[in-house]
Write a protein that binds this ligand. Structure first.
Ligand SMILES: [Zn+2]
Length: 248
């Protein structure tokens, strides 16, 4: 193969893989973003439960105070029992105590039910906390993995940059200028010709030009898309080393 053509093919190969590497690097933050959702959801439902938990604790405290007050009143009433003279007064006195005691039992029931709710909320909170911890763990693992991936991709990028520099050094300046114009246009400046067709634009190549291209001994361009053309031997006809090199 013509040396300039070989360098152009190599340059295109390195530039194409650089572009796909850049795409991969660009996609990395999105891959982390997906792991934020479960974490945010777990945190949100934890906060919701926590405020409910706090609310019920407050309610219970208020009920405790109510209970204390009512107990105080009952105690005071009872301490006055001995001062009562008549039966009628005594009956009314007992009724009053009974009324307060009924109220007291009601409050005690409410406190019990609140305690049950609080216990359930506490359990749920612990479960939510575990979920958060797992989501955090998953997020951190993913973050670490993506950082490692990014580091690898960047290292590959550096290798390609160095290769590119090497290739450019050997390419004629005018040809390189054309190459860059074509590359900036579509990302593809050097394409194979196959069955008398340019694989860049799919237009036919005149037979005489195609015959010249097949020899791979000069720089030819497609009439339509202006891309540089080369002929890629089918793997069976002996360019195996080139094929495997391209794959690896
Ligand atoms: Zn073309």
């Amino acid at each position: 193969m013509n040396e300039q053509l070989r360098l152009l093919v190599d340059l295109q190969e390195v530039d194409s893989s650089t572009l796909s590497l850049a795409d991969k690097i660009e996609l990395l933050p999105g891959k982390l973003e997906r792991f934020k959702t479960p974490l945010e959801e777990a945190s949100a439902s934890f906060q919701k439960l926590k405020s409910k938990h706090e609310d019920f604790n407050k309610r219970k405290k208020n009920k405790d105070l109510e209970l204390e007050e009512i107990q105080d009143r009952i105690n005071k009433l009872r301490s006055r029992s001995s001062e009562i003279k008549t039966n009628k007064e005594y009956e009314a006195h007992l009724k009053e105590i009974e009324g307060f005691e009924k109220n007291k039992y009601k409050i005690e029931d409410e406190i019990l039910s609140l305690m049950e709710d609080i216990e359930n909320f506490t359990k749920n909170l612990q479960e939510e906390e575990l979920k958060i911890r797992k989501a955090e763990d998953d997020f951190q693992k993913q973050e670490k993995m993506l950082e490692e991936e990014k580091r690898k991709l960047n290292a590959e990028m550096e290798i390609r940059k160095a290769k590119r520099k090497d290739f450019i050094a050997g390419i004629d300046k005018e040809i390189y200028g054309k190459y860059m114009t074509l590359l900036n246009r579509s990302g593809l400046a050097v394409v194979p010709a196959k069955n008398e067709v340019c694989l860049g634009c799919n237009y036919n190549i005149p037979p005489q030009l195609y015959n010249d291209i097949k020899k791979n001994d000069g720089i030819y361009s497609c009439f339509y898309c202006k891309r540089f053309l080369y002929y890629k031997d089918p793997p069976s006809t002996g360019s195996k080393s080139r094929e495997t090199a391209a794959v690896s």
